[in-house]
Design a protein around this ligand. Structure first.
Ligand code: DLL
Length: 433
């Protein structure tokens, strides 16, 4: 279902006009009200009056995660403090959190963006949405909550964790839609199987999953275990939270809410626009936000634009599902490796469970060494050891051919790798670099 055809199916010339009007407004506001941006623009010798066309955005400064951390907690506020009604943060693993402050207008943008997102995943007012994204400073829970309300669906604000209770509620209330991280969806499916619950027999028939990288094969696994359609949704705290882009029924790229968030893809090395259809770092400008609007925010997420027509009727540009992040990319003996590539390859091997952990270290030789811990089905441990050994060498060979690097594979029993109810941790990098 298309939630807002007027904007989602807008003719591209009209959309560009709208984007330009918003951009001009934004640049003026930031120049006037946010000293951080005024200084950056002065440094580059660019003034609001220099923005005549959308392409002129390239004259404007980037914003980075480090900038946000430096301006913590309130240095990027672009409106009077008393207009702020809600705050979210994402902590990350190091340093100060990044902050998003919302006016009521921003909350309405978020509701709209998430209503479009969830409607594209099949949500209607008749649905019962079991929302197991975390509530709190994390944007996942509230974002999906607002989206469901805007559609008029019923929402079960479960938050993450307490899996036994999740499964009880899912059965007793007949939830029809699931919203959570893909890793938590799989974890719940495992717990359901152990408790003898057949998820395929329950009314749950669709879900919007995101907040962490996941592969096409992981999608298939979730769809199979629940008997549902699983949609990829993307967003980040700095820009609004979830609701920046989303898959439609074609499940082929994520439509960007371009009238709200202006996307660019740049070469992360040079900062210049990537060529048509070329992979690079995704950059967003918030076109209509009031609390903490951002100019050309470098997400560190890697993707490319898909400009071909989508059968769903939306005219918005799509981004390919993420390939990874510039800062997640492991460089192993000079070879670039993304955890998602490892995940994708693993899912194709019969006998493995979709749970893995990548441990990178430097051995006595000072060369990078990768240990890939993979859970395998219980039967393998009761079988003859030669089966276990042959599975191990099979995984090793597949990794060698797909990644061009050798990895040491360690097979572990089901449920030994730590599960997460939020974002899964897939990599431990012990190298001191
Ligand atoms: O994770 C917002 C969100 C909540 C998105 C619920 C989708 C669903 P942050 O905690 O700020 O915000 O993390 C943002 O997570 O830059 C990506 O690297 C990653 N990410 C988000 N969605 C996806 C996705 C939320 N669908 C960071 N696929 C982003 C891969 C994703 N990575």
């Amino acid at each position: 279902m298309i939630f807002n055809a007027e904007y989602e199916c807008m003719e591209s010339g009209a959309r560009r006009k709208l984007q330009l009007a918003h951009l001009k407004n934004l640049v003026e506001t930031l120049y006037e009200r946010v000293p951080f941006y005024r200084e950056k623009m002065d440094g580059l010798g660019v003034r609001p009056a220099d923005i005549h066309r959308l392409d002129d955005i390239q004259k404007l400064p980037f914003t980075t995660k480090d900038d946000l951390r430096e301006m913590y907690p309130r240095g990027l506020l672009a409106c009077p403090k008393d207009r702020i009604v809600e705050v979210h943060m994402s902590s990350g693993t190091t340093g100060k959190p990044v902050v998003d402050e919302y006016t009521l207008g921003d909350i309405n943008i978020w509701r709209e963006a998430m209503a479009r997102t969830m409607a594209a995943g099949g949500c209607t007012k008749d649905d019962i949405v079991q929302n197991c994204y975390g509530y709190g400073l994390f944007t996942g829970g509230p974002g999906a909550h607002y989206g469901a309300l805007a559609i008029g669906a019923e929402v079960l604000p479960m938050s993450s964790g307490n899996t036994a209770r999740q499964l009880m509620v899912m059965q007793d209330f007949g939830s029809t839609m699931l919203t959570c991280t893909p890793s938590y969806a799989l974890y719940m499916a495992e717990e359901a199987a152990d408790a003898g619950i057949d998820l395929k027999k329950l009314p749950i028939s669709k879900g919007c999953f995101g907040a962490e990288p996941w592969s096409e094969n992981m999608r298939k696994e979730i769809e199979k275990r629940y008997g549902m359609k699983a949609y990829d949704i993307y967003g980040l705290t700095e820009i609004i939270g979830p609701g920046v882009s989303f898959e439609c029924e074609a499940q082929n790229g994520l439509h960007i809410n371009e009238d709200l968030f202006f996307p660019e893809i740049i070469d992360p090395e040079t900062g210049k626009h990537a060529g048509e259809g070329e992979k690079g770092e995704l950059v967003f400008t918030t076109l209509t936000k009031e609390g903490t609007p951002l100019l050309r925010y470098r997400t560190r997420d890697i993707t490319y634009f898909m400009n071909d027509e989508c059968p769903c009727g939306r005219t918005t540009v799509r981004m390919h599902r993420l390939f990874g992040r510039t800062d997640d990319m492991l460089i192993i003996r000079g070879v670039n490796v993304f955890p998602s590539q490892i995940e994708h390859a693993l899912f194709e091997i019969e006998g493995t469970e979709p749970q893995y952990l990548i441990v990178v270290d430097r051995g006595a030789t000072h060369l990078d060494e990768v240990e890939l811990q993979v859970e395998v089905k219980q039967e393998f441990f009761s079988d003859e050891t030669k089966n276990l050994e042959s599975l191990r060498s099979k995984i090793q060979n597949v990794m060698k051919s797909k990644l061009q690097i050798g990895v040491r594979v360690k097979l572990v029993e089901p449920k030994t790798i730590e599960r997460s109810v939020g974002k899964a941790r897939r990599v431990i990098d012990k190298r001191q670099i």
